[in-house]
Ligand binder design. Sequence first.
Ligand code: HEC
Length: 130
Amino acid sequence: MPKTRSIRLFVLATLLAVPAAYASELKGDAAKGEDLFMTGACPTCHSVVKDDELKVGPNLFGVLGRKAGDTKSLMGPSENLKKYGVIWNAETLDEFLANPDAKVPGTAMIGVLADPQQRADMIAYLSTLK
Ligand code: HEC
């Protein structure tokens, strides 16, 4: 292969490898996160009140530090969420909220937050629920 071509390919590969922004590298604002939570679709499916299991999705009280798929809800955790089984922290929540279906195929969780700053704010809010 001519040398210039392999250099060009190398440059292209480097450009494609620019890392995506992760919410865990941004500073989250819990008040903004709460606003986003309350005015968005989240409360339709999630309670933030301790021991309230009467919603479709898992209660998010105390979500940071607990294991995925371990919390009771009306619907119950999916098999794939149980298999996923991560401990929820800023990093795992960031990955999940960016695209729940990519981490937990077929999940009924539809709360996607594409904006890393919004994810950082949401995670800051969720971390206050304890
Ligand atoms: C249509 C209902 C629905 C909406 C709206 C929704 N979720 Fe969910 N969410 C679920 C369900 C159901 C699960 C459990 C998924 C599974 O078992 O695969 C879940 C799981 C989660 C989990 C993991 C909880 C755990 O203990 O494992 C988090 C965190 C979460 N949702 C956050 C949010 C946020 C933040 C929003 C709003 C941006 C949101 N969800 C909107 C239904 C919903």
